[in-house]
Design a protein around this ligand. Structure first.
Ligand SMILES: Nc1ncnc2c1ncn2[C@@H]1O[C@H](COP(=O)(O)OP(=O)(O)OP(=O)(O)O)[C@@H](O)[C@H]1O
Length: 628
């Protein structure tokens, strides 16, 4: 039902010429909304919340952390053990030479120790694999859990939320932001532990061998950490500028694509191209800067590392010659230098990555914290059975925002089976009336009843099941024509679908297509005309057989023959049902049982065509203007 609600709701939201409707969907290419911050405002709070969200799967994180620490411990132990093995083998080689024998490795004279050395690395690798496997499953489960929460949340958000946010913005929460969190959890968190433990462990091990050499290493380490930090901060700001440029370019391309007909019609292709070119150039510039900064860091750090190795090498070499270091310790020390250098470059990049992920998680939680629609009553009232379709507005008050009231005191009654026409200038409030009827928005005062039951006392799904809607902006999805017609009643048989299509006067058209009802429609259904789309949605509404029908009359966007077909189909659909017709041409509603004339959000006149003409008010004026 939730997606059905969104369908109806999305269809009701304004998209004046179709282009606007497409435009709002334009999100930056990576889906990240423009201006998304990469620094969390409350890192600790967000981390705590992520931890809470991981209830039941936290043990995986703990296992992974233990495996990581063990992995690092074994990788740190290996060089120390190698010092012992190298010295042992070196001694044995010298002894053999002294005795005039060739040195042959056996289990007794060093072979066992060499095997143990390899075992240390094997065990270390095994722990790394365990941490990697367990962490991936932790991250993906958490991702799945959060995605589930977001999906459920989207169904509970009020339409006012969608009014305030761009679609791309919301979609990026459920896709990019979650993926970022999951990816960083998999790589970043453990990388942080590995880097920190390795750095501390390697420095401690080095200090055991030589404090002086360790101090020399620490000086170089501090210099390269500082350099990384400065560059990383710069990278972050350039990366976000690149992201922004990419977002703008994507928006422009989207705009040019969806508005291509209008752009051509006004001969503005050149301007549109210039716009896109300017955005592309901006993107190329920022990308080049970003790439330069990112690529420049490695050689700079590598230079410092090599310099460090040369200095340490010279000093350690002289100590070796002076007999203050053994060969084994000499090579072990260098292994630790290599081990400790890696985390230095990693640490600050990892911290940046974690910050970005926490900022993404913060955005996900912000979405999850949004106010929801009022829950359905614990014991909802059921609509009358069988439904008669008497609809009453009683002193309804409403405004899209509290400070701007739109409807002040709207009352009317639609008796069962009546045809109610809603007329009024653009922006008069016709759609708003329907929005309230369907409870897409809640009234601020008064009440709306169906067969005497206050719609607020009903479950939304029960209420909306009473309605069928046919809007100008007909929504079709990727699937066959048959699936599209059966959308409101997925279990409908083929014969029922055909019967509905016949009643909606669209069966003939479907038969002209090579694959008939099995013709695939794409998301935008550009292969069929506007009028045919509307006929399909009329068939969809008729298949549901609702007690109350809401119809948005076709405007001049369809040709006269199609319009006639639509009017015919709508008339058939209205038979025996209470129906609300948003009318754009008064000629089609002269036979309506009740005409509601709206202006500035309020009903200014109501009655039959004859009554309203006789009254000589707003309706009469409107009628004269169309037919005089
Ligand atoms: N989601 C919304 N948020 C805020 N204001 C809105 C929203 N939808 C409509 N409005 C405003 O409410 C007023 C009534 O709009 P509504 O869409 O009901 O008019 P309408 O009679 O259906 O117009 P049209 O004939 O152009 O479809 C307008 O001033 C409009 O700008």
């Amino acid at each position: 039902m939730a997606s059905d609600e969104r369908d109806k709701a999305a269809a009701l939201r304004k998209a004046p010429d179709g282009i606007e409707g497409e435009r709002v969907g334009a999100a930056p290419a990576d889906g990240g909304a423009e201006g998304d911050s990469e620094v969390p405002s409350d890192a600790m709070g967000t981390a705590r919340r992520l931890w809470e969200s991981a209830r039941g799967i936290r043990w995986r994180l703990v296992v992974s952390a233990i495996a990581t620490v063990l992995y690092v411990a074994f990788s740190l132990a290996a060089p120390a053990y190698s010092a012992y093995v190298v010295d042992l083998v070196w001694r044995n080689v010298q002894e053999s030479f002294a005795q005039g024998r060739d040195y042959v490795v056996t289990m007794e004279n060093g072979g066992r120790q060499i095997l143990t050395f390899f075992s240390l690395w094997t065990v270390s690798w095994a722990f790394y694999s365990v941490q990697s496997f367990v962490m991936s499953s932790f991250a993906e489960r958490l991702n799945l859990r959060l995605r589930g929460l977001i999906s459920a949340k989207l169904g509970r958000l009020p339409l006012s939320y969608y009014d305030r946010h761009q679609p791309g913005d919301t979609i990026s929460r459920a896709t990019n932001d979650l993926d970022k969190v999951s990816e960083v959890l998999q790589r970043g968190v453990m990388q942080l532990i590995i880097s920190a433990v390795t750095l501390v462990g390697a420095v401690v091990m080095m200090a055991r061998y030589s404090v002086v050499l360790t101090l020399v290493f620490c000086c170089f380490a501090a210099a390269s950490a500082l350099l990384t930090k400065v560059v990383a901060a710069r990278t972050l700001s350039i990366a976000s500028r690149r992201q922004e440029a990419l977002g703008t370019l994507t928006g422009k391309v989207e705009e040019a694509y969806s508005g291509r007909a209008v752009i051509k019609a006004f001969g503005r292709e050149g301007d549109s191209l210039d716009d896109i070119r300017a955005c592309s150039e901006d993107l190329a510039r920022t990308s080049a800067q970003a790439d330069f900064v990112t690529n420049a860091i490695s050689p700079a750090i590598r230079f410092l590392t090599r310099l460090c190795q040369v200095v340490v090498g010279l000093m350690a070499g002289s100590m070796l010659i002076a007999g203050r270091l053994s060969v084994g310790v000499f090579q072990a020390f260098f292994q630790y230098v290599t081990q400790a250098t890696e985390p230095l470059t990693q640490l600050s990049l990892t911290v940046n990555m974690l910050q970005g992920a926490l900022a993404a998680a913060e955005r996900v939680f912000a979405l999850l914290d949004e106010d929801e629609v009022e829950p359905d009553p614990a014991e909802p009232e059921l609509p009358a059975s069988p439904v008669r379709g008497r609809v009453a507005f009683e002193h309804v008050r409403f405004g899209y925002s509290p400070d701007r009231p739109l409807m002040r005191d709207v009352s009317f009654v639609a008796e069962p089976g009546q045809k109610v026409a809603i007329v009024g200038a653009t922006g008069a409030g016709k759609t708003t009336l329907v929005n309230l009827l369907m409870r897409f928005y809640e009234v601020d005062g008064g009440r709306i009843t169906i067969d005497g039951v206050d719609t607020r006392r009903m479950a939304r799904s029960d209420l909306r099941a009473q309605f069928g809607m046919v809007l100008q902006d007909s929504w079709l999805f990727e699937g066959t024509i048959e699936q599209n017609i059966a959308y409101g009643r997925p279990g409908a048989t083929h014969d029922e679908v055909v019967a509905a299509a016949k009643a909606a006067h669209v069966d003939f058209f479907v038969h002209t297509l090579p694959k008939g009802y099995q013709t695939m429609l794409s998301n935008e259904a550009e292969e069929i005309s506007q009028g045919q789309r509307q006929l399909l949605t009329i068939a969809r509404a008729m298949l549901v057989d609702p007690a109350i029908l809401i119809l948005d009359e076709a405007t001049s966007s369809v040709d006269t023959r199609t319009e006639q077909a639509i009017v015919h189909a709508m008339e058939t659909a209205m038979e025996g049902r209470t129906s609300f017709v948003i009318a754009h041409r008064l000629s089609t509603i002269v036979d309506a049982d009740l005409i509601l004339v709206m202006d500035h959000g309020t009903i200014v006149e109501q009655g039959s065509h004859a009554q309203l003409l006789a009254a000589g008010g707003a309706y009469a004026e409107l009628y004269q203007s169309q037919f005089a």
